[in-house]
Design a protein around this ligand. Structure first.
Ligand SMILES: [Zn+2]
Length: 97
């Protein structure tokens, strides 16, 4: 990782991808972190480029609030192309207030 990449990660501390946890050296972000920070969550598919907004309250009911975000990506499957696991990315977005 070079300095420019590190700076990018600092600006987007919640951006995570499957197998790579970019949480500024802290523990992986969880659903409860998302809720606490008023973040939203999107699932990206590397296979077909599909992008869907996640329903966080549904994810909490299904996985529990303590699940790390990369784990959600690992357990998700694209309904468009069927890609699973490593090809699904979880990205948290902060809406400007
Ligand atoms: Zn897909």
């Amino acid at each position: 990782m070079n300095d420019a990449e590190r700076a990018g990660f600092a600006r987007h501390p919640l951006r995570v991808s499957v197998g790579t946890v970019l949480w500024c050296g802290m523990e992986p972000a969880t659903l409860s972190n998302l809720i606490a920070n008023d973040n939203d969550l999107r699932l990206f598919c590397d296979g077909c480029g599909r992008c869907v907004d996640a329903d966080i309250s549904r994810l909490v009911k299904r996985f529990g609030a303590a699940i790390p975000l990369p784990e959600i990506g690992r357990r998700s499957r694209c309904s468009e192309c069927g890609a699973k696991g490593g090809s699904v990315q979880v990205v948290a977005v902060r809406w400007s207030t």
